[in-house]
Design a protein around this ligand. Structure first.
Ligand code: SAM
Length: 320
């Protein structure tokens, strides 16, 4: 494996909102380069415990090296965060005092994994964060009908030319299998009308940016997994435990915002009911009314942090 590169975003803010304290239990569900994990461990010594996981084997191998000096205080898993409750059962843990999700991709995945996450590289069109998963990006592009591809590009990438790109893919794949990131990037460039040049005035993006993001989201089922995990994460927190989520995409941020709001409110009665009959109580207090962006200094030092948004909430102590 190439040396693992990633710069953690909003580290100070994460530590503040996670409220890391010695002797407590935290879960970093997206280890990546382990920068956040190291910072959390430093704050919870000598008796704290960090459960770390990542669905990408490279991140796990890196974490085993980077976190080796904390071996007594850390348990590392190659797993998707959707299995966090199984991991807690395996470790006989009742709950965590803080759970962190730092979504999206690490720099290593984009630049060093060789899995075709970037349209700037010519690599096999894979895009699986977890290489144990069955479906690669090449499979998705080969097997999904044009109408479905159009929906994926539109819904996950908010791509304006979704229909044209999907139809172009359907034509090209009849002649030749689409198996590399460079092929897909070229097809997108050929499909969009006036081929805006990346870097030209009014067009700072490569034409394939949105399609690559949409395919990655679909291959890894990122939004479904996040949506399902939010409530589960709260159920795995101890009273007054904190949930912190950093997202990089407006659709992810919307899910985090709406789920936190719903868990704060509790009641699920239709708005036109004169009074609550569901009797569901809120379980969370949202700590960030608005999503927190990185500081201007951080954005200057690490431009890739510019789209990060942090939201945090605290689980209520419910008295019986
Ligand atoms: C932005 S990086 C995390 C960076 C990390 N916080 C750090 O300080 O270096 C995102 C990581 O989350 C992992 N990931 C994304 N979705 C996941 C999921 N559902 N389960 C487990 N890991 C996931 C990716 O494989 C990637 O390594």
């Amino acid at each position: 494996m190439m040396p693992y590169h990633h710069t953690s975003v909003m580290k100070k803010e994460v530590l503040r909102y996670l409220n890391c304290r010695p002797g407590k239990v935290y879960a970093d569900c997206t280890l990546g380069g382990s920068g956040h994990a190291l910072a959390v461990l430093a704050d919870i010594m000598p008796e704290g415990l960090l459960i770390g996981m990542d669905q990408d084997r490279d991140a796990v191998e890196n974490a085993e090296k980077v976190l080796a000096s904390y071996a007594a205080n850390v348990r590392i898993f190659h797993s998707n965060f959707e299995y966090l409750s199984d991991i807690f059962s395996e470790l006989n843990l009742k709950g965590a005092d803080g759970i962190l999700l730092d979504l999206g991709l690490s720099l290593h995945q984009i630049e060093g994994s060789g899995r075709g996450f970037s349209f700037r590289r010519d690599e096999p069109l894979d895009m699986r964060m977890d290489t144990r998963a069955e479906m690669t990006a090449a499979d998705l592009i080969a097997e999904t009908d044009a109408g479905e591809l159009e929906k994926i590009f539109r819904n996950y990438g908010e791509e304006r030319w979704s229909g044209r790109i999907a139809r172009k893919i359907a034509t090209v794949r009849k002649q030749k299998a689409i198996t590399t990131s460079a092929q897909l990037a070229q097809i997108v460039c050929d499909a969009v009308p006036s081929r805006p040049r990346a870097g030209a005035p009014g067009c700072s993006r490569h034409p394939a940016t949105r399609v690559f993001m949409a395919v990655r989201i679909a291959v890894n089922r990122e939004l479904e997994r996040l949506e399902a995990f939010m409530e589960e994460a709260v159920s795995l927190l101890n009273p007054e435990g904190r949930l912190c989520v950093i997202s990089f995409h407006s659709l992810e941020d919307r899910i985090v915002k709406q789920r936190m709001k719903a868990l704060e409110k509790g009641c699920i009665c239709p708005p036109d009911f004169p009074q609550c009959i569901c009797k569901r109580k809120g379980t969370l207090r949202v700590l960030t009314r608005k999503a927190l962006p990185p500081s201007p200094d951080e954005i200057r030092m690490n431009p890739m942090s510019r789209s990060a948004k942090l939201r945090a909430a605290e689980k209520l102590r419910i008295e019986n």
